[in-house]
Design a protein. Structure first.
Length: 435
């Protein structure tokens, strides 16, 4: 170990007990308007962000522009012959707060169609990356690589009035969103299908075209539409959404902001949860010898897991106090399209037995399943079995909400984000601790 690293190790060992003591003994002490626990704990629950695009209600789940998920899926115009709404119509709702007519949806779809040609240099760049590059690094690089296309940068350099910043931000957002399905599908086919690229079909909608370029038949087009809608936004405080807001608040353009959003989403504490849940379910499937468990079998397994100090992944949520409606929407799809799939049967039994056990155990604030308890199983069933790609799907959906937020941030003139930091010594002083 180098002298510098050794010295740093000593400092860390000295410092950790200070932070631990502050949290354990003085977490409720206020510094300004927040507590020490909130300052150290990632600002969890601190109400200091504003968005009208979505709101996470503890008992109703995510509301998009005031509409619950069941209302969104019911009210938005459906793709002809499909069960799910147009993603284009959903983006109209996010931007305007109004449910579009079919004519308005078609206009957005046409707008996307005009903008969706991906520059050739993006494909060249992706092909030049090492074969073992992570799909999230690839899509992040592709997005930031297109920054040279930014309309906002050009208009800003020309001296545009700040009240009009939303206009070029809108142009950048639509240009990027229109291209993301092809970029995502290209990465998948390049990395996992021997580079056998399927060109886009201009006649298809956002979700349908993505499924076509992935090479997966119906009803995967509806899976894509549902997945992109459900993952589009989740208030502003989660890592990916907040990262997009934060970067854009410096007047960095949409390409910088969404690339940064993707990077935040790639973390195992955020966007990787769905693949971790799927891996766990597959392990359970293997431990049980592949047989479909009875409820009694699964109850015993869940209790054994909890008593060994482990958790049941996919259950619980920091805010929600009921079953995640995003989970319910996917469950209903599974009950209709893959009711006999072995992995779904495991998810189904877990859904029935786990919440009562977690309530009895008494440790979980929310014993109900969240979105990640279901989503990976659907992708696996339809042949997308490359775990590393799941977060790319999440990222394409999340870009819809974050882009809508950025456009409105610029429209309302929100300033650069700049919270104030304090030192550990200042916290100790507030807590009355003397060193």
């Amino acid at each position: 170990m180098s002298n510098l690293k050794e010295k740093l190790y000593e400092k860390i060992a000295e410092w950790r007990p200070r932070t631990t003591r502050l949290l354990k003994e003085h977490g409720d002490v206020k510094i300004g308007e927040v507590t020490i626990a909130q300052a150290i704990g990632g600002a969890r629950g601190v109400k200091c962000l504003v968005t009208d695009i979505s709101y996470l209600d503890p008992f109703e789940g995510i509301r998009f522009r005031g509409f619950t998920i069941p209302e969104v899926l019911e009210k938005l115009p459906k793709v002809p012959g499909s069960e799910m709404p147009y993603v284009e119509g959903f983006f109209y709702l996010l931007l305007t707060g109004e449910v579009p007519t079919m004519e308005e949806v078609n206009a957005v779809a046409e707008e996307f169609n005009k903008r969706k040609k991906v520059p050739q240099y993006v494909f060249d760049m992706l092909r030049a990356l090492p074969d073992d590059s992570h799909p999230m690094a690839m899509i992040s690089a592709a997005i930031v690589g297109m920054q040279r296309e930014s309309v906002f940068v050009r208009k800003y350099n020309e001296g545009i009035n700040k009240m009009d910043y939303w206009d070029p931000a809108y142009e950048d957002a639509l240009n990027l969103l229109a291209r993301l399905p092809e970029i995502g599908a290209f990465i998948y086919r390049l990395k996992y299908k021997n580079g056998d690229i399927i060109p886009p079909d201009p006649k298809l909608d956002f979700g349908g075209n993505f499924a076509h370029m992935m090479g997966i038949p119906t009803p995967y087009d509806d899976v894509s539409r549902l997945y992109f809608i459900l993952h589009s936004d989740h208030e502003s405080g989660n890592v990916s959404a907040h990262t997009g807001h934060l970067i854009a608040s410096a007047l960095s353009d949409v390409y910088y902001a969404i690339s940064g959003m993707i990077n935040g989403l790639a973390g195992p504490l955020h966007g990787l949860a769905n693949q971790e849940v799927l891996a766990w379910i597959q392990q359970v499937h293997e431990k049980m010898g592949g047989k479909i468990p009875t409820e009694e079998d699964m109850k015993k397994f869940v209790w054994d897991t909890l008593n060994s100090g482990q958790v049941i992944p996919g259950f619980g949520h920091a805010v929600l106090r009921k079953t995640d409606p995003r989970y319910t929407a996917q469950r209903e799809f599974c009950l209709k399209h893959l009711p006999d799939d072995p992995l779904f049967k495991y998810v189904d039994v877990l859904y029935k037995v786990t919440p009562p056990i977690l309530l009895e155990q008494g440790k979980a604030k929310n014993p109900w399943p969240n979105v990640d308890a279901q989503s990976g199983v659907i992708q696996w069933y339809y042949g997308v079995r490359e775990y590393d790609f799941y977060t790319v799907l999440f990222g394409i959906g999340r870009a819809l909400g974050v882009c809508a937020n950025i456009i409105w941030d610029r429209a309302l003139g929100y300033p650069i984000e700049r919270p104030k930091s304090v030192t550990t010594a200042m916290l100790e002083e507030s807590a009355g601790i003397k060193n």
